[in-house]
Ligand binder design. Structure first.
Ligand code: TYD
Length: 136
């Protein structure tokens, strides 16, 4: 997989006098079924998260509050994306290393994931990931 296969997806949004509303339908607005949702909140100052890649899992990452940066890395190219709009989701394909950083104090990072949690699906060692994609 290449970082160029990641993409920002603009989600349907409805604004009216009451405020904003966004929604996501699996296989319609995003290219996968959703099996799991998790979210990161109350980030510690200057914290960094992620630092892994997935063998099979695809996901959509949304800054539903605040902002943060994501660095995607396919072993050959890197791409940095700022997420700061609740109607924008970053689609991350399988086999992409990701680092999350520069969280604002009010940041909430919502993740829609294609798979249940499975530690065996993770690369947590960067060199193992590089070997798996043939970059080392
Ligand atoms: P971790 O993978 O370190 O989070 P991130 O990469 O987003 O910073 O996960 C932290 C802990 O939470 C780790 O012990 C695994 C556990 N966890 C689950 O049990 N289920 C889940 O869906 C997720 C995302 C994490």
């Amino acid at each position: 997989m290449s970082v160029f296969e990641s993409k920002l997806i603009e989600l349907p949004k409805v604004f009216d006098a009451r405020g904003g509303l966004c929604f996501v339908e699996a296989k319609k607005h995003i290219p996968f079924e959703i099996n799991r949702i998790y979210y990161l909140f109350n980030p510690a100052p200057a914290t960094e998260r992620g630092a892994h890649a997935h063998k099979a899992l695809e996901q959509l990452i949304i800054a539903i509050s605040g902002s943060f940066e994501i660095v995607l890395d396919d072993g050959y190219s890197k791409k940095t994306i700022l997420l700061d709009k609740p109607w924008e989701g970053l689609y991350v394909p399988r086999m992409i290393w990701r680092d999350l950083k520069s969280f604002s104090s009010d940041a909430v990072c919502l993740v829609l994931a294609s798979e249940f949690y499975d530690e065996a699906d993770y690369f947590r060692d960067y060199n193992d990931f590089l070997k798996a994609v043939g970059a080392q």
